[in-house]
Design a protein around this ligand. Sequence first.
Ligand SMILES: *Cc1c(COP(=O)(O)O)cnc(C)c1O
Length: 497
Amino acid sequence: MENYYSTRDINDKVSFSKGVTRGLSPVGGLYVPENFTQIDIFNEKYIKMSYQDLATDILSNFLIGFSTDEINQFVNKAYNTNFETDDIVPIKTCDNVNFLELFRGPTLAFKDMALQILPEFMVASAKKEGINDEIVVLTATSGDTGKAALEGFANKEGIKIIVFFPTDGVSEVQRMQMITQLGENTHVVAIKGNFDDAQSGVKEIFNDKDFANLMKLNNKVFSSANSINIGRLVPQIVYYFHGYFELVRKNEIKNGEKVNIAVPTGNFGNILASYYAFKMGLPVNKFICASNVNNVLTDFLNTGIYDINRKFETTISPSMDILISSNLERFLESLDRKNDKLINNLMDSLKNSGKYELPEELKSKLSPFFGGFTSDEETKATIKEVYEKYNYVIDTHTAVAYKVYKDYVTKSGDSNTKTLLAATASPFKFSRAVVESISNKSQNSFDDFQLVEKLSEITGLCIPHGANNLNKKKIIHNTVIEVKDMKKSISDFLNLK
Ligand SMILES: *Cc1c(COP(=O)(O)O)cnc(C)c1O
């Protein structure tokens, strides 16, 4: 059943399995679901479900063509003892804010929620599509996607995984996680540039017809593990429902009551998943879209104008150091469904002038969203404040969302609505910034790995498996290249002839 179409050509219709294996549409657009099945949140069954059962239930609305048994197998492989806690996504309640701990997976960031299951989708989809070529997953990362994709795809049969990360802007922990990655089928390369350079480079390679032909001659085909892949997006819808039902179970809310959703946002994938959940019937009052000083989304939500003509800043929340939020294209499409002409116009304008403006009549549709941003200083102060008030340690990204939530409460006066806040990374992953925040002094005499231990000492928290002894692991990938050499690097690794 072809129930997905491209944002830039509604006649490019695909099944879930085809969408997953392709990643990006050949016309350059992103695949979006044609329909959103309504979830009856009052159905008693949901309150009783484990994370895995809920995932199977929600995903079956999107994985048309796969049996419940198959989906159940994917889910059970993905959400298992590879997560630190049995409930997969625990919730920590601090007054009205409920932190949805999405970082309990193997690489300590929420990316695991999708990237532990995407490889299952990919292998099964390739089979369904009768693809005999080797699938080469090509990924640009601002730090967390890379490791999560490597962890998910390492040693998967019939698949190779290539990750490009920017030398500027990933944390030491993130870098070591990636360059120590085991697995014959993995290739990790640092590029001299920032995340947008890496992402644009990858997009260009995806759209390069000659390179695709060369790949084909070598019996290989590209796919993507970035959130442009529809298979990345749908597993993220699940945890918003999970969070909601968990609040009902804990009597924090009555079933049917509206909640706010606050998300630290970069590529707009995570918050879009919550918006898709809303379209499926999740009762949402406000979406709080939190950025760091790369605040292009804040401006967009406030003015309807998206403008990347500004300085790119590196911050202590590097996974949000992004100016081109690729999933915003899916959101734009949702504002005026099937208007592919509009999307082409906006994206052409972005490409040619670095900006676009929503048509006046669509601007009012941004009103369910509140956009805000924080400086690094505010982020640090927020980590300290939450630690002192609640004895709870949050990472830099989560802190951005918390601060923007607070700003939302001040501006709107809405201090009553319960809020689900996406806690997207473990504080151990950003040990330097977190220890410096809590101790309120610079920690220049320690490296990031010593600070992982120090964070554990100060807070009494156990070091999660994924951050333990990282600096003692063997470095396997130590190549650094210019952006212009990305193609050559791929070609060499794959031995293309
Ligand atoms: C990727 C990431 C984000 C941003 O998520 P998007 O889906 O790109 O908006 C936020 N926080 C952390 C820790 C991340 O890894």
